[in-house]
Design a protein. Structure first.
Lengths: 613, 613
């Protein structure tokens, strides 16, 4: 008899939904362990362990899951996953590297999801909470099973009536929190910095005592309703959001004011470091957007309160296919920093094109030691689609994010193989290996046809899918490549905009010299002539052509392999249909970018391949 | 005492609204004449005159308005306008050159207006008719006063529930028709070619007898409700609209089927000749969109029924700032053709930038003898804004359209001067002259900074405001300039796509040779190197730079003149605020297009003016 898999993604070994009456992580753990018949396991609470820690111990023929309150649940999922995948049990006491492992959901209360590619919001519709509690519990299981413990329910762009989440809708927020609490998942809310003004306070100035009093009173109400709320998330003075700049105050003053209001309740204030001039004149070559976060925040190091976390995007732009690590991470040793990643594939294929992120994170970890930050957050890729992710393989990115957030060590191959084994246990090992290989190379292929050599922002404005070489070139977003008939790129060295000066050594020297700058970032940091000879002996223009052709060819190979895989339905149908779209997209990128540069440079392809006029 | 002007635009001399109880044009005429105290006039019905004809005769101290049924109303407005402007009375019997003088309103039933720049629909909102009858009667007066006699109520892209206009909403359509009937304005409805299929007929094949029967029965119902309905307007097989191509039928077969259904009721079937491949692969250089209408329709000449009018856009593309006359007009001598213009300023400034159309129409008339067509239509520029047009000066284009439709003779200067005199009677004559001068040169200025030399489609995709040099370059709309480092433009001569072959002489030779092709169309017809030397001795690239700089400088001068004019409020505030936006837009066009071509060509400006990197 086929057991119905009720939770999609990587948990087919858990056929039954978690019953509504279970309220404690230990109860959930016991229930989950009971679902697998050939597994003998026993939970053993240990108040001496940290709350999220666990240890798996063999005792007699059984496995003991020793753990703290939520640690027992994490241990149970670790045991179940190892059992299902046939991998060895983790040894020793396990505890998460980062205490806060957050997903930021850009869900709007009208049911849309900003940059969402998996359907509408799982919990909002029609300006209110509107969800199936069974699905929300499945979500809780999904998050706990990979170690995620904080979920921000609403978009950082707080659109009315999301302000009501900390007002008239508090009972609904509390009910929603109650659904995820058994899974060790705490809620967070994105708040509107100017909200006091919609409640009769004439200002939102963080130094105004009426504003401070309003937020303190509001925090009392909020934590009374949801006592374990993790905190508030704030996008301020960014892309037309209100913020302290309106009042001539610094972001430390703004963040600390909110942090003090929620401190009595143990709340954490997460403040996004995503500030730049989004009304830049394209004629202005002095302003360089990648410099913005460092320029704004580095001078504030040491000024943020202890319960403030400054959340910094991995790169200095905005989740491009390839960016160097943000220099802000190295400039604020006395500030709590969080790393912000984006699982939603805004610029990385929109859950149509395959784009497994672990290889990208491995590269990031090579430049960013995990201890530089104290927390991690990722923009969610979830939605109301039946499979929750739009593309069944997009689930890998959430799974892997949880694994990396728990243990930030480079291991893309291992994590991808684990996800494949858990997700498709019925597929022969050889085919699982093939699928893992596709996923492992997916980012490389995408980068090659889309944005090799650090060339970013050649994307269709607004929707961010498909090529538009000059699409952002004359706009106000600070995103320019300045390609002309001779050269392309922005000189971001000391001789140019000075952006490389924001880095410590050895990054500074590595990036500043085209001879040591990684090929993949060459045009991010340098303006180079098309006849510039790269380390491999090819000219820049030939390399642009070659990379795009190679990316498309790789995608064709991936498609061929994918078609031959015995994936179960409906995943197979969805994956193949999306691969057809990816092939179209890859061809457009390859042909359009190559044509664009050939029109500019006049250079023929050395191998005589077709570049269209 | 200031008399309140209730009808905006060019009719300040009519202070009172037309009372609801007047139902006949003659009654309206009598009422309008009675409003002007120092005017002695008398209506004299003359059944021997054509219905729309009139003659103004001096008899004693009075003026006799002799006319047919609606002719008396046209005569009354002619008399009132001449009286208000202090111009001589028209002499002899006057009758319109074209029996059908139509505006096509792209109003959707949700209240939006496709390509509308004057607010929401004047008569639709919330999926139904929703209007102020007083405003609709004012609209009727406005149309009659300039001679327009047909109004198509709904968008040619028939979005649900607009199908209901000829179904459950017929009583509402009839009521609306009744409001405009006293002004000699007949309604027309845009219909959905596939509508039988939403009513149980399994096909919309025009040769299917069930389809024919459905339309015949439907026409019976429609004309029973609105006996003087002018006819149906159809956009078929165009931009994803349904049409006869689905069934392997020609457009003659499709149009004739509908025409036969409505013929018993005296209905006219207006069929838009706007068919092209909107899914073109940008790599395909064989397909050339301007060829499409001729290729589709010329072979069908002589096959359309007598009550079919084929409505052809002025140029072969889509209302660009400058296009050559459509060759289709010369290819179908045995077909009723209508000329379609666009008053809505989709590509021509969106009722922000000034763009008076009569100079453009004068040029068109030089190539297109009026007798080549039997009717004229214009896409409406009306909306629910207080002033009906968004920009107060945009009213000129509707007024002038009516005047040209009545009498298609080139006279931009006269018509613009008349509009200014009627609209701003309180302004000193010298200032009226200055305003007329601004309007007269507005198209030239706009063309220079926007799209000189026949360079079109360098516009922001979708919204069509603001420059985007490559915005349409890699898209599916068939709109390419193919600019590279050496040259720009498409060769549309016999050596290229062959488009010029569609023209009769002398147009064919004139366009085909760069030496005789007008400068303004040079890059429409030819692909030329940047160092091509034009007749005035300047290189093509220098001319591109010069034109854009000159367009911006002209706009600055227009702005200066405008600011000094004693325009009445609120027109002055609106016009000045929009001029600020136009200046920004003009600067963007000038700088971005020049930068785009400098990046490609590498050519410096001969006069050392600033072209940005």
């Amino acid at each position: 008899m086929k057991t119905e898999n009720r939770t999609p993604a990587w948990l087919p070994f858990l056929p039954l939904d978690v019953p509504a009456e279970l309220t404690e992580p230990a109860q959930v753990a016991a229930f989950e362990l009971s679902q697998v018949e050939d597994l003998r396991a026993e939970l053993r609470p240990d108040p001496d362990l940290p709350e999220e820690a666990y240890e798996l111990l063999a005792e007699g023929g059984a496995t003991i899951v020793r753990g703290g309150r939520t640690g027992m649940l994490y241990g149970a999922y670790a045991l179940l996953a190892a059992h299902a995948a046939g991998t060895p049990l983790p040894t020793g006491v396990r505890k998460p590297f980062y205490p806060a492992r957050m997903i930021n959901c850009w869900d709007n209360m009208d049911g849309s999801v900003e940059r969402g590619y998996a359907g509408r919001s799982l919990w909002f519709e029609g300006e209110r909470f509107d969800y199936d509690p069974v699905r929300i519990r499945r979500l809780g299981r999904l998050l706990a099973s990979c170690g995620i413990n904080v979920l921000c329910v609403n978009n950082v762009n707080v659109h009315w009536p999301a302000q009501q989440l900390i007002d008239g809708m508090l009972p609904d927020l509390a009910a929603f929190a109650g659904l995820l609490r058994p899974f060790g998942v705490r809620l967070m809310v994105s708040v509107d910095f100017s909200q006091p003004m919609s409640d009769g306070v004439p200002t939102a100035d963080p130094l105004d005592s009426a504003v401070q009093a309003w937020w303190a009173a509001r925090a009392d109400r909020v934590w009374a309703a949801v006592p374990d709320l993790y905190g508030f998330l704030v996008k301020a003075d960014s892309e037309h959001r209100p913020g302290p700049f309106t009042y001539g105050r610094s972001h430390a003053e703004g963040a600390n004011m909110l942090a003090r209001a929620i401190a009595p309740h143990g709340g954490t204030l997460v403040w996004r470091a995503f500030v730049y001039n989004c009304m830049q004149d394209w004629r202005d070559t002095k302003t360089d957007r990648p410099c913005a976060a460092y320029d704004t925040y580095a001078p504030l190091d040491g000024q943020f309160d202890g319960n403030v976390i400054l959340q910094v995007k991995n790169g200095p732009f905005d989740f491009q296919v390839r960016e160097p690590v943000s220099p802000t991470f190295f400039a604020m040793p006395r500030t709590n920093l969080a790393l912000e990643l984006q699982l939603a594939q805004e610029y990385t294929g929109q859950q149509i094109d395959l784009y497994a992120m672990p290889p990208m994170w491995d590269e990031l970890l090579a430049d960013l030691p995990p201890e530089r930050v104290c927390a991690v957050a990722a923009v969610s890729n979830l939605g109301r689609d039946e499979n929750l992710f739009g593309h069944p393989f997009a689930a890998l990115n959430l799974y892997a994010f949880g694994r990396y957030a728990w243990d930030p060590a480079p291991r893309a191959e291992t994590v991808i193989a684990a996800w494949v084994s858990l997700t498709y246990p019925g597929m022969p090992a050889e085919d699982r290996g093939r699928l893992a290989q596709i996923l492992l190379c997916s980012r490389h292929a995408y980068e090659l046809y889309n944005a090799p050599l650090g060339l970013c922002w050649m994307v269709s404005p607004n929707n961010h899918y498909g090529p538009s070489p000059d699409g952002y070139e004359y706009q106000a977003w600070g995103t320019y490549h300045k390609a002309n008939r001779d050269a392309v790129g922005i000189d971001r060295t000391a001789a140019g905009t000075g952006y490389t000066e924001q880095y410590p050594e050895p990054l500074r020297s590595r990036y500043a010299d085209p001879a040591t700058c990684p090929d993949e970032l060459l045009l991010f940091f340098h303006r180079l002539r098309y006849d510039f000879v790269m380390r491999d002996g090819r000219t820049l223009i030939q390399r642009i052509y070659d990379d795009h052709f190679e990316g498309f060819a790789l995608t064709e190979k991936m498609a061929e392999t994918l078609r031959a895989l015995p994936l179960p339905e409906p995943d197979r149908a969805v994956a193949l249909a999306r691969m057809d779209l990816q092939l179209k997209n890859a061809r457009e990128w390859c042909d359009i970018i190559n044509t664009f540069f050939r029109r500019l440079s006049g250079a023929d392809d050395a191998h005589g391949r077709k570049i269209w006029d």
